[in-house]
Ligand binder design. Structure first.
Ligand code: 0JX
Ligand code: SF4
Length: 343
């Protein structure tokens, strides 16, 4: 097959053995918690006008943050950077009670865009701490969600970063330990951590329900299926997006010969596609679909015109907006006030 010239910056058509195709994972992209958080910032801008302050990135995606910045959102690291009395949105990843208190002390008008599924883990942490349990929180030190959840019960929480951490872990009372987790981890790695924890602490209690959320799980199941047949997998998502980075790892562990993460289609390197007949594509829970469509356009320019969806679940969960935005200033309920059905 002859090489075909393509637009500057676009991928060139590379000859490969066999039919070039894309396997497009589904579900991918925005989850219900991200959609709600992004809409919350947009609604706050509409209602209160710019600037609206947001503590941390509303979700871990460069493009989302840049787009909201253009509309007038101002992202800050801590609430002490927000002018007194202004509106501040808390990100989807949740905040420790100390942050809520600091915002109140500053007279800020807080809009809490914490995903309800993160709030559920906060409630579990509070309950187990009240019952005097030591909480082994499986997650990544420094991640905002882990800081928020651990902040609910700082004296009772120990963070367990990986299966390797388990061997050296010390607990006060091995008869009173429970594990909880960050919502965006690898399911398989977390189960391995739990297996090792239980080996050391046989009376370890499980969380009352899954902490790794439906969206994280569904995206991992879909990419596992794609990875079996993919020469290379490309995950759209930002470097600080835990669930996106996990998708690269899951793809590699489940048969993909290679896997890469990009923020934008323009970051795909020509050599990644050398000899690749089948390219798997997915995106993290914080990634707008437009970025995947741009990648598919570039892949089509490189000869990957056949796109086969690989669907392993359907999602129709929608959360109602944060309480502070459910009614407009004249008291009418927003169309998103009620949310949707969980699956
Ligand atoms: O880094 P995470 O995967 O936790 O966050 P991101 O990429 O913003 O994804 C959606 C928000 C998840 C909160 O649980
Ligand atoms: Fe909520 Fe899961 Fe999305 Fe996080 S990844 S915002 S927990 S639905």
């Amino acid at each position: 097959m002859p090489r075909v010239a393509s637009a500057p910056g676009r991928l060139k058509d590379i000859p490969v053995v066999g039919q070039k195709r894309v396997l497009l994972a589904s579900p991918r992209g925005y989850c219900a918690g991200v959609d709600r958080a992004v809409v919350a910032v947009e609604k706050a801008l509409e209602r209160y006008g710019a600037p609206v302050y947001v503590r941390k990135q509303i979700v871990h995606n460069k493009h989302v943050v840049a787009t909201l910045e253009k509309k007038g959102a101002v992202f800050v690291d801590e609430v002490d950077e927000v002018p007194e009395g202004a509106h501040v949105v808390f990100s989807a990843h949740g905040v420790a009670p100390s942050v809520v208190d600091a915002a109140a002390a500053r007279g800020l008008q807080a809009i809490d865009a914490t995903c309800p599924l993160v709030t559920k883990v906060h409630r579990e942490a509070k309950r187990f701490a009240r019952d005097d349990y030591e909480i082994l929180l499986i997650g990544h030190t420094g991640h905002e969600e882990v800081e928020g959840t651990a902040g609910e019960a700082p004296d009772n929480v120990t963070v367990v970063n990986s299966p390797a951490d388990v061997a050296t872990l010390e607990v006060k009372d091995p008869e009173k330990v429970v594990w909880l987790s960050q919502t965006t981890l690898s399911v398989d790695e977390t189960m391995e951590t739990v297996r090792r924890l239980r080996e050391r602490f046989p009376l370890l209690q499980d969380p009352p329900s899954d902490d790794i959320c439906y969206a994280t799980q569904n995206r991992q199941v879909a990419i596992k299926k794609v990875a079996q047949d993919a020469d290379v997998v490309i995950v759209v998502g930002s470097a600080n997006s835990s669930n996106s980075v996990r998708l690269v790892e899951v793809a590699l562990e489940n048969g993909a010969k290679a896997a890469y993460r990009v923020d934008y289609a323009s970051e795909v390197k020509q050599e990644w596609l050398d000899g690749a007949a089948t390219v798997g594509v997915t995106s993290g829970a914080s990634v707008p679909e437009v970025l995947v469509q741009e990648l598919l356009d570039d892949l089509a320019d490189a000869g990957y015109t056949e796109v086969t969806p690989v669907q392993t679940a359907e999602e129709d969960l929608m959360f109602s907006l944060p309480r502070e935005l459910r009614t407009d200033p004249s008291g009418n309920r927003d169309a998103r006030a009620l949310g949707g059905r969980a699956r």
